[in-house]
Design a protein around this ligand. Sequence first.
Ligand code: ATP
Length: 224
Amino acid sequence: MHSPELSLIGIFGGTFDPVHYGHLRVAEEIAEMTGLREMRFIPAARPRLRRAPMASLQHRVAMIRLAIQGNSGFILDEREVQRDGISYTVESLRELKQELGDDVILCFITGADAFMKLAEWHSWRELFKLSHFIIAARPGHALATYRDALPRELKEECASRWVSDGNSLKQASSGLIFIAPTTLLDISATVIRVRVAARQSIRYLTPDAILDYIAANYLYSEKG
Ligand code: ATP
């Protein structure tokens, strides 16, 4: 009996306040580069390490739904929405591992900025037992010197985990790290929120459907 083919599943966590083309393009390129079966967007209901998101959870979820419409490989996963308390990535990965079984390899996606702070996350060393990491390029973080720039404790934990090719991720069930040379897009949710508040254009930073949703619901600005 031959073993079934292993599939890689991308897990993209974030506050998505709001979702934008930086997220979407990174997701698309990483899915293509590593042959992901699907990419799950998991909005954090109550992130621990940052201040509360500006838009309500309901709005952030609705915007992700609009943004991924028409892409059958992109999936909205609402598990952190349904869970009480602070949103811990480790809990989501434990649940996913149980639900999806051993034929699936989880790959957690972070931008180069977010991965730098990984050692501040709850039970961060356990994350490597549950998932691989795929780090997306982000302006301000040179990829050539990225590994050396990590904080000491994280650098030591990562030392034996690096792979230089997305195809290597099927060689282990978790714990590898791949830096994906994605297109640099200097777009952030912060810039979008600031521009909306200043009544400046956010066109072409995020899909038109999100633009319309933000305007219709008076998000990120004083009403009127
Ligand atoms: P904010 O400006 O509110 O901090 P953000 O734009 O960084 O938000 P998040 O929802 O916090 O968006 O990000 C979720 C994940 O997506 C993080 O791992 C972050 O590093 C990554 N990410 C966000 N924008 C980009 C981008 N332009 N390029 C690469 N990665 C990105």
